[in-house]
Design a binder for this molecule. Structure first.
Ligand code: ADP
Ligand code: NI
Length: 214
């Protein structure tokens, strides 16, 4: 299989697996992240083949999407062998998708340019108007309120607190979203994050203003 075909087949495979996904890791999230990652890869001179395959598969090891990270990892590994990626490509892609997730901000920084690009693209999809929308969908799905002034904002969270703790959609802005601008890896990623970050701040300001301070 040539690289273009490997990408097309992977696209179909991922889309198929995310057909019933409702946790914010749906196919359209993958589609947006992959497009943005490819654009950033062009500007930054990263290997587009690696970036695209990693972007397409990055959420398939999330235990919100699959039974366990191990099972997800095995599926992606088997798939990459099946379509004929080289061992070097396969290991690079697996390393990217296992190291890039936010997990309360406790993960080590990613190292390769390709990993940095995919992580930036994933983070961009968590801010701006799309990011705001995803946050409220996620909170609603989890049963969290949109805002709860009595819940203190938790700046430093353990992985478990981050995943299971009681929060609110607005609380999530402080726990994660507002921090992402400064965590962007690449120059192009940073540039793209600016406008989206400003949108978040404007949204928050108006939200809290309409709520009325207490
Ligand atoms: P990703 O790795 O794509 O950022 P996450 O599972 O961390 O995936 O989050 C999926 C979406 O849901 C993101 O937009 C994220 O900001 C949002 N989200 C994650 N945790 C929360 C939470 N506790 N409350 C509200 N939104 C959340
Ligand atoms: Ni993602």
């Amino acid at each position: 299989m040539n690289q273009q075909l490997m990408i097309e087949e992977t696209r179909k495979w991922v889309k198929d697996q995310l057909a019933n996904e409702k946790t914010g890791h749906d196919w359209y999230h993958i589609k947006r992240v992959t497009k943005q990652a490819q654009e950033i890869a062009k500007v930054e001179g990263a290997d587009e083949f690696i970036v695209i395959l990693a972007a397409l598969t990055h959420d398939l090891i999330d235990d919100k999407v699959v039974e366990s990270e191990e099972q997800g990892l095995k599926n992606v590994n088997d798939w990459l062998i099946r379509i004929g990626t080289t061992e070097e490509q396969r290991l690079h892609i697996l390393t990217i998708i296992t190291t890039m997730s936010f997990k309360g901000g406790t993960n080590k920084p990613v190292t390769t340019l390709e990993a940095q690009v995919v992580q930036d693209a994933d983070r961009l999809d968590a801010i701006g108007a799309i990011g705001v929308a995803r946050t409220f969908v996620y909170a609603g799905n989890k049963g969290d309120p949109m805002y709860e002034p009595t819940l203190s904002v938790r700046e430093t969270l353990t992985v478990d607190e981050y995943r299971n703790g009681r929060s609110s959609a607005i609380g999530h802005f402080y726990e994660k979203l507002l921090k992402l601008k400064d965590l962007m890896n690449t120059k192009e990623g940073k540039a793209r994050a600016l406008e989206r970050h400003q949108f978040l701040e404007g949204f928050l300001e108006q939200f809290l203003d309409e709520w009325g301070h207490e």
